[in-house]
Design a binder for this molecule. Structure first.
Ligand code: ACO
Length: 334
């Protein structure tokens, strides 16, 4: 799809420094080789040089020698980063010894490189759980002002153009925050609208989903979504939000018209915000499989610097795409 090509073309202009901390891993190295060859980003690999070069030779990867390779065991700025960690986490009891130990972990090292301004973004998760990738980011990079939760959006590219914007929709939160409060759900809706505008390059029409449409059912879960919709409208009046809506009222025009004729978006939503991680994660995987959609992401939103998490089932091209998205986020390009 053109969108991904645009994202890659844009990334080339910025030449951002993106860290790949799983640099011994086959798909990561193959993606790094493509990223360097195509000039999509400057690639930083946090792994022992001998290991990287041995693995690269095994797969015949000729471009890896042009990556910046940093061994976590003897990073020249280890002391500086450890001091920064102690300063940022002293209320949590962080000691210098513990900081030095953590910096031997490429995921912590990558995060500290970003925090210290020595790199612009990170992509990991081909071989680590979401929790292991996100915890250092939450602890040291933290969220942007006004936002307290990081969440994960997917660009859903569907073969059937009748949905969303010519087949393109944005779903969230599908990846991070299990059970948001109303305020957190409102933040997720605002961040997702921004992601839709910045990265999917569509003008967002955001539906906050529930099992009820405008009071058709009464339950505290419905009240939460209705309250979140109000808060999102107050937080970001530049975007169109409506809720609570059932999924059919959100995306099918005839049903939207019937169930909520006054809604500015019902039946035409191109951004779907789910009430919990459970529903968001299940929904994106079902749409991916049953509708044969391409799911690009998760694109993490709300973080003070771009750090993105891969699924462990990712392909080489998933990594290339997510690095290109991360480079664009780092450049604040859209
Ligand atoms: N946004 C911002 N900060 C957060 C968030 C969030 N969503 N969640 C936790 N934090 C912060 C906490 O405030 C805390 O900060 P502090 O140490 O400065 O006080 C720190 O992160 C650790 O918080 P914990 O509550 O201990 O969080 P934990 O590390 O246990 O869990 C995690 C965080 C791993 C993201 C958890 O919420 C989780 O497992 N989520 C589900 C992830 C997942 O499995 N997703 C599905 C798979 S992904 C896919 O299919 C694409």
């Amino acid at each position: 799809m053109d969108l991904l090509e645009n994202i890659k073309t844009n990334a080339k202009k910025f030449n951002k420094r993106i860290v790949l901390p799983e640099a011994w891993e086959e798909r990561t190295l193959k993606a790094a080789d493509i990223l360097i060859e195509e000039g999509i980003a400057q690639i930083y690999l946090t792994e022992n040089r001998d290991v990287v070069m041995r693995e690269a030779a095994k797969y015949g990867l000729k471009n890896i020698e042009r990556a910046v390779i940093i061994d976590p065991r003897d990073h020249p700025k280890k002391e500086e980063y450890a001091n920064l960690m102690v300063e940022l986490r002293k209320s949590k009891g962080m000691t210098k010894d513990e900081a030095i130990r953590l910096l031997g972990n490429p995921l912590y090292l990558a995060t500290l490189m970003i925090k210290a301004g020595d790199a612009d973004g990170e992509v990991a998760g081909a071989n680590n759980s979401t929790g292991d990738v996100l915890r250092p980011a939450f602890q040291y990079v933290k969220t942007i002002p006004g936002i307290s939760v990081v969440s994960g959006a997917f660009l859903m590219i569907m073969p059937d153009p009748q949905w969303g914007e010519n087949g393109l929709m944005v779903f969230a939160d599908c990846a991070v925050h299990p059970n948001p409060t109303a305020r957190e759900l409102a933040e997720i809706a605002v961040c997702t609208a921004q992601t839709a505008r910045d990265i999917a390059q569509i003008e967002p029409r955001v539906a906050l989903l529930s099992f009820s449409t405008k009071g058709s059912a009464q339950h505290e879960m419905v009240d939460k979504v209705a309250a979140a919709t109000k808060m999102a409208q107050e937080m970001a009046p530049q975007f169109l939000f409506d809720g609570e809506l059932q999924a059919d009222a959100a995306i099918v025009e005839s049903i939207g018209r019937k169930k909520c004729p006054d809604s500015p978006i019902a039946g035409r939503a191109n951004v779907l915000v789910f009430p919990s991680l459970e529903s968001g994660n299940i929904a994106y995987k079902l749409v991916q499989r049953l509708a044969n959609a391409e799911a690009v992401g998760p694109v993490l939103q709300g973080m003070a610097a771009p750090i993105n998490d891969l699924s462990r089932g990712c392909s080489v091209s998933d990594i290339v795409n997510l690095v290109a998205i991360t480079a664009n986020q780092a450049a604040g390009s859209f």
